[in-house]
Design a protein around this ligand. Structure first.
Ligand code: ADP
Ligand code: MG
Length: 343
């Protein structure tokens, strides 16, 4: 069942400006974690602010938990929407202890107990009397998370929650936050410009570009079947190879690819593929070959840069144990590529 739905939501800050959000419609399922991605200025923060009630759209409808919260001039005030928010800088109150931070916004009565329970839930056990500056970045973020979820919001919105953490910490925190959110069963939307965050943490990803929603789907589909070149390139560069189609396959500057699909095309095409969609094979002479220009070792894998006689280059990903010593050329095949008629 969907808990949040947006219908044709549009927002412009100033008349002379471009739309920050342009005709955006989508739904979020109950208990789902949705990542909102897109380059800087694509409208991610604006979209969260519209849902939270910190901005009002020019047109469109938003409903939360079966209630219409925005339509025309109707707007349920932010504090009545039951939306939890975690901001990029955590926005903790520096002069309050972490317990007081979490109690803020809770109704008196059982606030103390509720705040303590929530702090424990996010993995902070004894530091209740500490002040935010006495905590690490990762711990401060958990306090911010506890403060946002303690009042039992219908949905949790997080703006760039991982961007202030260093790379090593980030992998760990990301997984912990995912587990906490899943444990509480809360529906969450988090904004990120990091594709790794989105691919590994979200149930689904929505990608924005210039205020337009480009695609919304599970990570695998966005990565493997992007709807357009913008989405494809957002999730990592693709290799490009020029090819001439024939009855049996494609002629490329790296060799011939057997593919009966080629006869569907009548003029020059581009073959597009990610480094992991190729495989380096043992013997030179099979399928495609290139001159080995560079091997880059990454621990978990190696990247092999191969060039044709005209100086075009492709990158193929291969396992880390493979040795290329003494080899000048390498053969490879492609097990997946998109064909684009772009000439
Ligand atoms: P993102 O979070 O993806 O970086 P934003 O939602 O912050 O993008 O911004 C989307 C667009 O709206 C940008 O062009 C930005 O300059 C503009 N914008 C955002 N906030 C305001 C504001 N308060 N006043 C005017 N323009 C704004
Ligand atoms: Mg932003």
């Amino acid at each position: 069942m969907s808990i949040l739905s947006l219908l044709h939501v549009t927002k412009k800050y100033h008349q002379e400006q471009e739309f920050a959000i342009n005709d955006v419609s989508f739904e979020v399922e109950e208990g789902e974690i949705l990542a909102l991605v897109g380059e800087s200025g694509s409208g991610k923060t604006t979209l969260l602010r519209l849902i939270a009630g910190l901005e009002h759209p020019d047109s469109g409808m938003i409903s939360l938990s079966g209630q219409i919260i925005v339509e025309g001039i109707k707007s349920v005030p932010a504090h009545e929407r039951k939306v939890g928010m975690v901001f990029q800088d955590y926005a903790l109150f520096p002069h309050l202890t972490i317990l007081e931070n979490v109690k803020f916004g809770l109704k008196k009565g059982d606030a103390d107990q509720k705040a303590k329970e929530t702090l424990k839930l996010v993995g902070l056990n004894e530091d209740f009397k500490k002040y935010p500056h006495q905590l690490s970045g990762g711990q401060q973020q958990r306090v911010a998370l506890a403060r946002a979820i303690a009042p039992n919001p219908k949905i949790l919105l997080m703006d760039e929650p991982f961007s202030n953490l260093d790379a090593l910490l980030k992998d760990q925190v990301r997984e912990e936050i995912r587990q906490i959110i899943k444990k509480t069963g809360i529906t969450a939307i988090f904004v990120t410009h990091d594709t790794k965050d989105a691919l590994s943490t979200a149930d689904r990803i929505a990608i924005l570009h210039k205020g337009y929603l480009q695609q919304i789907d599970i990570p695998k589909v966005l990565y493997e079947n992007p709807i357009n070149p913008y989405v494809a390139n957002f999730f990592g560069k693709r290799n490009e190879m020029t090819a001439i189609p024939s009855e049996e396959g494609f002629y490329t500057t790296f060799g011939f690819i057997n593919d009966p699909e080629a006869k569907k095309y009548t003029s020059k095409v581009k073959l597009l593929f990610r480094p992991e969609h190729g495989e380096v094979v043992q013997r030179v002479g099979q399928q495609l070959t290139g001159k080995i220009e560079k091997i880059s070792y990454f621990g978990s894998h190696q990247m092999v840069k191969l060039a044709d006689d005209e100086g075009n280059r492709v990158m193929i990903r291969t396992n880390p144990g493979r040795s290329f010593e003494g080899l000048e050329r390498a053969s490879f095949y492609l097990w997946k590529y998109d064909v684009e008629e772009a000439f």
